[in-house]
Write a protein that binds this ligand. Sequence first.
Ligand SMILES: Cc1cc2nc3c(=O)[nH]c(=O)nc-3n(C[C@H](O)[C@H](O)[C@H](O)COP(=O)(O)OP(=O)(O)OC[C@H]3O[C@@H](n4cnc5c(N)ncnc54)[C@H](O)[C@@H]3O)c2cc1C
Length: 387
Amino acid sequence: MQRASEELRADVVARGAAFARTEIAPRAAEFDRTGILSREVVQQMADAGFLGASIPVKWGGQGLDALEYGELTESIGKACASTRALLTVHTSLVGETLVDRASNRLKEKYLPDLATGRKIGCFALSEEGAGSDAASITTTYRKQGDVFVLNGRKKWISFAGIADLFLVMATDNGTNSAFLVERDMAGVEIQPMSGFLGNRATHIAEISFTEVEVPAENLVSAIGVGFSFVTNTALFHGRYSIAWAGVAIAQAALEVMCTYATGREQFGVKIGAHQLVQKMVADAVTQVGAARELCRRAGRLRMERSPDAVMETHVAKYFSSTIAQQVTSDAVQILGGNGCWDRYPAERLFREAKILEIIEGTSQLQQLMIADYGYKKFAGNEPGWER
Ligand SMILES: Cc1cc2nc3c(=O)[nH]c(=O)nc-3n(C[C@H](O)[C@H](O)[C@H](O)COP(=O)(O)OP(=O)(O)OC[C@H]3O[C@@H](n4cnc5c(N)ncnc54)[C@H](O)[C@@H]3O)c2cc1C
């Protein structure tokens, strides 16, 4: 992949950390409360190059490698889960997938606009009846002359409320294919959804397609590879981003609990001096460090194009989302009543962490796949014990 110089890439990562600290973190509670990630913030992210962070320079992006992109994702995610979700959806699920799977013609048509944030992308797979069992989607397509005609309804689609371009999975009697659908194509309708536990500012919406005519060139990859190529690739990139999101939220919760435990006094001492509190802090320090190393390992394997990269990304996502849930729960515990109050960040982090166990494949689905990976990798490897 064509990359910018190491210095330029390091500058993007450093600017991301500064932007997250000064522009995003102070507004995270407001985004959560209002359910709006404003156009202004999206534009700031675009202008800074973050929305094309991992997209090759050739297509208008910044060309960060997987570890650099992970670091950027952690910085933004530590400040605000909804803002980080824009990277996950727009940059990882849509942008990186088009880099890997779209024809050059389609890349030329859309990637420069996506990489520079002139267009926002979202990923439309889930439906009312198709969640974990994604292959059971009922949104259909049929070929009609020079176009594909789409009909159906997608649900839970992050950023569909503001996106210009949708990467949509559809089926033709079990033959699944992926299409790029523009928001203003006739027959596309958006219904915003609200009332979410977390990711509240991600403009989640339902999308309905009624006789939507999509130009044949907007087919991504080829007929029949909508899952094997496009969805699997998208989720591979999305899960990597979510793995870092878990580290980000857990790190934020760790900092919140340590700050509080060293400030608040009960029974005449700082609560951090109580050994039961220390146990929670020690677990959090250990878990956050372990999760970050798993993410880095997945990142290195991605850069080496190792066949283990896919499964080690599952492992990293499963572990970091699990520990994010534990660490944020302990942060709420350490803050006591203040942990349950929205004037402190612990309750928001707790809610955001739970979302990570659901999206890009639930923890149960990760467990099924990781167990299968374990059997293949380790069964029959025992060191010759006598039976
Ligand atoms: C905040 C948010 C944002 C989202 N954004 C998007 C988006 O941008 N694009 C998109 O396409 N979708 C999106 N989704 C949908 C998300 O991908 C699905 O919610 C997720 O895949 C789970 O599907 P489901 O909700 O239908 O749950 P189900 O599949 O109905 O699962 C319910 C429960 O059953 C368990 N379960 C199911 N099958 C098995 C099994 N075989 N073995 C063991 N347990 C099982 C699950 O683990 C889960 O605990 C989003 C969801 C949320 C909450």
